[in-house]
Every structure is written in structure tokens, then in C-alpha cells.
Design a protein around this ligand. Structure first.
Ligand code: PHE
Length: 347
């Protein structure tokens, strides 16, 4: 049986629930629960049939008025909830455009690039010009013209990556094992005086370990002119070594063999770990080798068409990775090309 009191109670309960509905889903639930086909108000209206006509009229009107009020209240509440939601999104997404942005990770030059630039800067400061040559090379330039014929034991100094080619009538091709072929290339193209350096990648058919990589970077140096002597070579390399490793460095030379220089030698600096006393790093010699060098073999000058009675020259070649390892105290050459950011970020 529906009555005025029922209607008042229903209204109170409905408004209270409506107040508690704080999102669109809860509002919809409320609407279905009160105003829907099986809702509480609808149920109440259905109950009218059991009333007298007189009562039906008054209670019925009251119930219909309640329905209108509840619909209005629902609409208003829906509006408010929606507005609050929009407001929340706006506030939540507000950005302070005056704040500085998040810092971008800063790029830097690879340690080999940095070392290469320092080497080039030092030597070009002494009058050497940069030249370049191909990484794929003829056997002739990489070996033959450098006085390393087929079957010469010195070929073992450079384990070579050969390039497949059709053997008939073609000349053997390889990945250059050092930058020295450019001594020949430059001498073929120019007349003395020559002062050049050639930076570039070289390749060796080699198992990698802490001191060997199958790809390495070298810088070749060549000077040819009248009156060039071993003293010029020593002076140039001593100055270079001190620019790279510090002015207080001791620089030493020792005989070494390379088929394309005579005499041949290695250039070395005093060990910066033990300062010459002998330790593991310098194999207890007190010295650390930094490059190979020597006076250009007169036969090579003659082959280039220069008069070896008139011209003399010196050449040197160094591994950039080795120089970088010594400068930065890196104990494994493989770090340079393993792309580990923890290593690279230190430079
Ligand atoms: N090309 C030699 C090497 O790769 C280095 C070298 C260059 C030695 C020039 C002497 C003169 O080991």
C-alpha cells in the first residue's frame, strides 16, 4: 500500500543515495534503481492500483511529482559529477611550462675518436697533412711494394683477411692489415717534400683477446725530403710522445724489424705505472712500446722513382687503440667496440 509517508521516505532515501553517487556509473545505477522499469518509484506507482480512486488521485499526483523531482535532481547531479570530472582532468594535466625540461642524455665522442683527434692535432701541428687510402687493398700495396713478397716470413706479422676473387688473371685483394700501403700510394702520386699522416681502419684475421681486435685503427706517418735523418724521426716522435703522454715522459728507441724500413725501430715511453722500475704492465722492462718506425728503405724510394742518393725519409705507424689504452688505463681493447654505455660514458 502506497501512502504519502511512503513517498516522503522514498524521496529522502533517493536523494541521499543520489548524493552519494559520485561517478557516471553510480548515477546510472541509481537511475535504474529508482526510476527504471523495475525501480522503486515505478514499483510504488504500480501499488496505486490497490488504492481507492480518491487516494489514487492524491498519492498518484504526489508520486508523479516526485518522479519529476527525482529526474531533475538526477540531471543536476549528473551535470555536477561531469563537471567535477572535467575539472579534475584539467587540474591533473596542468603543466608548468616555465619548468626546465628533463635533461637530455649528452652525447660524446668515442674514446678512439678523441684519441685520433689528439694524434692528428699533434702531428698536423708539426706540419703533417692528412691523407687517406682504401680499406680494401691490393696485395701489391699492402705487401709486395713494402718489400714483403709472397712466402716472406714477415707476412706472418699480419694475419690477413683475404677477399674472394676470381683467380684468373686478377690481382689478389685483401683488407689492409696496416696503413703502410699508403706510403707507397702517396709516393706514387707526389714528389718530395712529403709530410703526411694517414689515419684509418685496418683488419686482421685474428682471434680477439685483451690486446688484439680483428679491426683496429692506425695512423701512418711519412716524411720524405732531402737531408732527413734518423735524428728528425727521433725528434718528431719524442715531441709527439710528450704531447700525447705528458712533457715529463722519457722517450726511448729500440731496434725492431719491419721489411720496409732500415733501420727499423720501436718508440717507447717509460712505464707510467712503475716509472721505469719494472712492473706487470711493462713486462718488467720499465718501458712501454707505443709505435713502430724507421727510415724508409732506399729500395722503396727508388721504386717510387725518387733518387735514394738525394732523398731520405722516415715512416712510423701506430695503433690508436693501443695509444688510447695507455692514456686512459684501459686494460682490454675489446671494451672499445662492445658498445657498453657504462664504459663509454666515462670518456
Ligand atoms: N705498419 C707497421 C705495423 O702495422 C708499423 C710501421 C709503420 C712500422 C711504419 C714502421 C714504419 O705494425
Amino acid at each position: 500500500m502506497a501512502s504519502d509517508t511512503d513517498i516522503q521516505q522514498l524521496e529522502a532515501a533517493a536523494l541521499k543515495d543520489l548524493d552519494a553517487a559520485s561517478d557516471i556509473a553510480a548515477l546510472e545505477e541509481w537511475r535504474v534503481g529508482y526510476l527504471g522499469r523495475k525501480g522503486r518509484l515505478t514499483g510504488l506507482l504500480r501499488g496505486l492500483s490497490s488504492l481507492s480512486i480518491e487516494e489514487r488521485r492524491t498519492v498518484g499526483r504526489a508520486a508523479n511529482e516526485l518522479k519529476e523531482r527525482l529526474e531533475e535532481a538526477h540531471e543536476a547531479r549528473r551535470h555536477a559529477v561531469e563537471e567535477a570530472r572535467v575539472e579534475q582532468v584539467i587540474v591533473g594535466e596542468r603543466r608548468d611550462v616555465t619548468l626546465p625540461g628533463p635533461p637530455l642524455p649528452r652525447g660524446r665522442l668515442h674514446p678512439i675518436t678523441q684519441t685520433m683527434r689528439d694524434i692528428v692535432a699533434s702531428l698536423s701541428g708539426m706540419g703533417f697533412q692528412v691523407a687517406e687510402g682504401p680499406e680494401i687493398e691490393w696485395d701489391r700495396y699492402n705487401f709486395e711494394a713494402l718489400r714483403i713478397p709472397q712466402d716472406h716470413p714477415a707476412r706472418d706479422m699480419w694475419d690477413t683477411l683475404w677477399i674472394d676473387y676470381e683467380k684468373d688473371g686478377r690481382r689478389p685483394m685483401l683488407m689492409r692489415t696496416h696503413t703502410s700501403p699508403n706510403q707507397i700510394r702517396v709516393m706514387e702520386q707526389r714528389e718530395p717534400p712529403i709530410r703526411i699522416i694517414v689515419p684509418g681502419k685496418c683488419y686482421r684475421f685474428e682471434a680477439t683477446d685483451a690486446t688484439h681486435e680483428w679491426m683496429l685503427t692506425q695512423v701512418e706517418g711519412l716524411a720524405v725530403d732531402e737531408g732527413i735523418s734518423l735524428a728528425d724521426l727521433k725528434g718528431t716522435l719524442a715531441e709527439f710522445a710528450r704531447q700525447m703522454f705528458g712533457r715529463d715522459r722519457k722517450v726511448g728507441f729500440r731496434c725492431d724489424y719491419f721489411p720496409f724500413v732500415e733501420p727499423g725501430m720501436e718508440c717507447r715511453i717509460d712505464c707510467f705505472i712503475c716509472r721505469g722500475d719494472g712492473c706487470r704492465t711493462c713486462h718488467h722492462s720499465g718501458w712501454i712500446e707505443i709505435l713502430g718506425a724507421g727510415m724508409v728503405h732506399p729500395e722503396i724510394l727508388a721504386n717510387a722513382g725518387y733518387d735514394p742518393e738525394r732523398y731520405t725519409g722516415f715512416a712510423f705507424g701506430m695503433g690508436v687503440e693501443r695509444i688510447a689504452m695507455l692514456r686512459y688505463g684501459v686494460d682490454d681493447i675489446r671494451h672499445f667496440y662492445s658498445n657498453d654505455l657504462r664504459f663509454l660514458r666515462q670518456f
